[in-house]
Design a protein around this ligand. Structure first.
Ligand code: SIN
Length: 297
């Protein structure tokens, strides 16, 4: 794990400006850097309101300011879950994972005592192998284990900002290949999902600029990034290995403890996440709805 301490105090100093108060939501930050729990909103009601809505604008703002937001005690139907996703854009269809019958945009998230693995056990950014990777995912967990099954999120803004100026200069202008093959082949065999002949691949900047906040974020991840383009492979391996370790510093993280009917909504353009499978033999289950994104810049 990289250390960000120096003789003159922490090398990384998070300097968020004073934020405007919210009018229609309560927003409780989990850490100064990433994550906030939102209360005072009924998402089932919100999605059936077609008018332009102040609360929806504030949810957009809370996501931009915190990178991942959480809601508790939301008894929503699958259709309301999909409708909430559509408020943020067109829905994304996963290139490999199993979904609910007749609803390709409603991905299954499930592990029980017979599962050989659970979703998202390593640090990653989902489907970064798409030419236009997703913007965000909305995960609704309906059945929780009695303890465990937390999800960890890490800020890729903080990871980028805390790099040395020399490393930032080195990474400037580099691109990396993200390869679905390395993540997906054979991954869903236990669900009876057959492999596809090909999986998506795409080249993206190693540092991207968020289209809403204008902030820079590191955009490489262990799940999908195979190599940095245009440098020798051993150099790419060494740089990626350093960057992955750096991204995993707990200073950049928050950890969400699920309760039944809670929702996490994260922005892929500035986060990575990792799910803990520490609850065997218990069951954890829910659905994920993912919103399409744009080509990283
Ligand atoms: C994932 O989307 O990678 C799974 C996250 C989770 O189950 O907490």
């Amino acid at each position: 794990m990289s250390s960000l301490a120096s003789k003159s105090g922490p090398r990384y100093r998070h300097t968020a400006g004073e934020e405007e108060p919210y009018e229609t939501l309560a927003v409780e930050k989990l850490t100064p850097i990433i994550g906030a729990e939102i209360s005072g909103v009924d998402l089932g009601k919100l999605v059936s309101d077609d008018r332009s809505n102040r609360q929806m604008d504030e949810i957009h703002r809370a996501l931009a300011e915190n990178s991942v937001i959480f809601f508790r005690d939301q008894a929503i139907t699958p259709q309301q879950h999909l409708a909430f996703g559509r408020k943020f854009g067109e829905l994304h269809i996963h290139p490999a994972a199993p979904h609910e019958e007749g609803e390709p945009a409603l991905m299954k998230i499930y592990a029980d005592k017979n599962s050989p693995r659970a979703n998202g056990e390593g640090w990653h950014t989902d489907v970064s192998c798409d030419v236009e990777p997703p913007m965000g995912s909305i995960l609704y967990i309906k059945e929780c284990p009695p303890r465990g099954g937390d999800t960890l999120f890490a800020s890729m803004y903080a990871a980028y900002e805390s790099l040395s100026d020399r490393m930032k200069a080195y990474l400037d202008g580099l691109t990396a290949l993200h390869d679905g093959e390395m993540a997906y082949r054979g991954l869903y065999a236990n669900y009876g999902v057959a492999d596809k002949p090909n999986y998506p691949r795409a080249e993206h900047p190693v540092v991207r600029t968020h289209p809403v906040t204008g902030k820079k974020a590191l955009y490489v991840n262990r799940g999908f990034t195979s190599h940095i383009v245009g440098i020798p492979r051993d150099e790419s391996d060494a740089i990626l290995s350093y960057l992955y370790q750096h991204c995993e510093n707990p200073l950049f993280q928050c950890r969400f403890r699920w309760t039944q009917n809670a929702i996490a909504f994260w922005d892929y353009r500035c986060t990575q996440h990792r799910a803990m499978w520490d609850y065997w033999p218990h069951t954890r289950s829910g659905n994920r709805v993912t919103v399409k994104g744009e080509r990283p810049m």
